[in-house]
Design a protein around this ligand. Structure first.
Ligand SMILES: Cc1cc2nc3c(=O)[nH]c(=O)nc-3n(C[C@H](O)[C@H](O)[C@H](O)COP(=O)(O)O)c2cc1C
Length: 202
């Protein structure tokens, strides 16, 4: 593959906590081990409106009616050939912030139907409980990829089936740094992603 691929990491947590740590960890591993450029976008401190189904994007085909901080993310989404979406587990599901980001991608397809199709994607979920809904979050992220013509990639059996799964023990980045098994699931997912996308030769 010619040229350097771009990997986008999106953090769906409003804090500088476990999800931020985990997504950065994944991007760092990619940068250190593969020829790749990374981009990072966090919802933290950003103004991101909900999709209000006004259909402006469908009718006008000029993007989203909301001129908010998501305008910075759209070009990154198109530029990257590989995505890593990370979310904290909130009541067993993705954060409302990440869901708003996902819903707002409709404006991209409305302009360019194949804007993100064919890209590869992985997920990272960070929950306060060991089994607090990480798999549900990773399933939601995989659903998004499938529905939009992307290819979801997990980390494989024996530890990373659905992707990166972190138990923060409600201690944010510190808890994440101590979750050796969770970090292993991220490394496995990232390495699988690298192989699937041609970043790694084997
Ligand atoms: C509104 C809310 C709901 C939560 N629900 C869950 C849950 O269902 N399962 C779980 O394991 N942790 C739950 N937590 C805990 C967070 O997932 C945990 O603290 C995680 O580390 C937050 O991610 P962050 O460190 O990136 O901010 C919840 C936290 C909040 C604020």
């Amino acid at each position: 593959m010619s040229g350097e691929q771009v990997v986008l990491g999106v953090c769906g947590s409003p804090r500088k906590g476990g999800t931020d740590y985990a997504v950065r960890y994944a991007l760092q591993r990619l940068e250190e081990n593969y020829r790749v450029s990374t981009r990072y976008f966090s919802v933290r401190g950003k103004t991101i409106h909900f999709c209000v189904h006004c259909d402006y994007c469908i009718k006008k085909k000029r993007g989203c009616i909301h001129q908010d901080d998501l305008q910075d993310l759209y070009p990154l989404m198109e530029e990257a050939s590989v995505w890593i979406l990370g979310s904290p587990v909130y009541h067993g599901h993705v954060s409302a912030q990440l869901k708003a980001v996902l819903d707002r991608t409709r404006a991209l397809f409305a302009m360019r139907p194949r804007a993100i199709s064919g890209k590869l994607g992985a997920g990272i979920a960070a929950g306060g409980d060991r089994n607090g809904g990480q798999e549900t979050v990773l399933g939601t992220i995989a659903d998004f990829y499938l529905i939009n013509g992307m290819f979801p990639v997990g980390g494989g059996a024996f530890g990373a089936n659905w992707g990166g799964s972190i138990w923060t023990a409600d201690r944010g980045s510190e808890g994440t740094a101590e979750d050796a098994e969770g970090l292993r699931s991220i490394r496995r997912t990232v390495d699988k992603l690298a192989r699937a996308s041609g970043l790694a030769s084997s």
